[in-house]
Design a protein around this ligand. Structure first.
Ligand code: SAM
Length: 377
């Protein structure tokens, strides 16, 4: 099928984004042809929810003989594993071509297809970063009781290549997770209720609409505001709806015109969140380095003053050259922090305090003041 709509978009260059990108549009057609018509190295992230090749042989029925609304659509049918593999190789290669060198790809699947997809993407040069288990809060039961309830799907997150400097907002995710590292098992409900698109007859518009919360976690963790997110299997446009809400651009590719229309209508109704609701907090690693001596020079701490830990068990004296001393030992805030605790290492910024108006103040707070001054300058 030939991709339509690639030549009637805005060709102007926008803020570092290559010209000829159909930003925030849904293109009807085959995703391989559509991706091959895009400039190489032009998108930041690919999110793909491809056909799973569910291989359903005949109707699926509940114990009361009622029919299960299973995925039996033509777009999910392949004659053989070989045909599915050839299709997978074609779209993954096309996706890799359009990714920027530091780009990454997410692909979601089930036990039917994800292992084949994983092997092919490694063969093509992608570099695996994680597999995420989406544990479903409300999975469909195994009606015949012949297997375990299939209660999860798997997402693979892979960089374009081994050397890619991919985006990952480690600290933002940790901050939203009670300051614990975000784990690779995500517990989220299926897409139901008002979020599920339904036709005038009340029937689902699409059999496999993904939950917006799943896409939000993907985009918040692995992309930046303003990034271009390409979804080659757009369906009802969940990726586009979430991208628009979170200040990202999207490119949606979908072979079925009826789904593309539903996606456009859905996305048109989405109101972007205010930028402060999704702006990425700067990661600690990207903040400018501040030597402890700068605090002495700025007068925020004084040579001869004492630093102490939060339990007031250890103390050291600040020296004029920005080192600390304890007895005969002299060293950086980190080395002396490690020494007094008998540990191999210590972050002096988050260990030592000074006393201000009867209260302990962490050195890291004072470092923050210097950084704020640097940002203002
Ligand atoms: C699993 S669904 C994606 C559902 C989507 N994530 C959502 O939330 O609505 C896969 C979609 O890919 C589309 N599709 C299948 N083969 C395609 C191809 N070669 N090119 C473009 N779209 C394709 C199907 O029509 C289907 O809508």
């Amino acid at each position: 099928m030939k991709a339509k709509g690639l030549h009637d978009h805005n060709l102007l260059e926008q803020g570092g984004i290559p010209a000829a990108l159909p930003l925030d549009q849904v293109i009807v057609g085959d995703c391989v042809a559509a991706m091959n018509a895009l400039p190489p190295g032009s998108v930041d992230l690919v999110f793909a929810d491809p056909p799973y090749n569910l291989q359903l042989g005949g109707d699926l029925r509940r114990p009361d003989d009622s029919l299960v609304d299973a995925v039996d659509d033509d777009w999910d049918k392949f004659a053989s594993f070989a045909e599915y593999d050839a299709f997978t190789k074609a779209w993954l290669a096309a996706a890799r071509r359009v990714l920027k060198p530091d780009g990454a790809l997410w692909v979601i699947g089930s036990y039917h297809n994800i292992f084949r997809v994983g092997a092919i993407l490694q063969d093509l040069g992608f570099w695996m970063l994680n597999d995420i288990v989406w544990r479903k809060a409300n999975p469909m039961p195994n009606f015949r009781g012949r297997r375990f309830t299939n209660a999860h799907e798997t997402l693979i997150w892979a960089a374009r290549g081994e050397q890619s400097k991919y985006t990952f907002h480690y600290e933002a995710l940790k901050g939203g997770n009670d300051d614990l590292q975000m784990r690779s098992d995500w517990y989220l409900p299926l897409c139901t209720g008002d979020e599920r698109l339904k036709g005038a007859d009340g029937a689902k518009v699409h059999p496999t609409q993904k939950p917006e919360a799943l896409l939000a976690r993907v985009l918040l963790s692995a992309s930046n505001p303003g990034d271009v997110i390409l979804d080659p299997f757009f369906g009802t446009g969940t990726t586009g709806a979430v991208a628009k809400a979170l200040g990202r651009h999207f490119i949606g590719l979908e072979r079925e015109a009826v789904y593309a229309k539903a996606a456009r209508e859905r996305i048109a109704a989405v109101k972007p969140l205010p930028p402060e609701a999704f702006a990425t907090a700067p990661s600690k690693r990207s903040e400018p380095r501040v030597p402890f001596l700068s605090l002495v020079e700025a007068g925020l701490v004084k040579a001869g003053e004492t630093v102490i830990d939060d339990k007031r068990r250890h103390s050291a004296v600040i020296r004029a050259d920005g080192t600390l001393s304890v007895g005969p030992a002299i060293g950086s805030i980190h080395k002396v922090g490690a020494l007094v605790q008998g540990l191999p290492s210590c972050n002096g910024w988050t260990f030592w305090h000074v006393e201000r108006e009867g209260k302990l103040m962490l050195l890291d707070m004072l470092r923050g003041e210097i950084r704020a001054q640097m940002a203002a300058a």
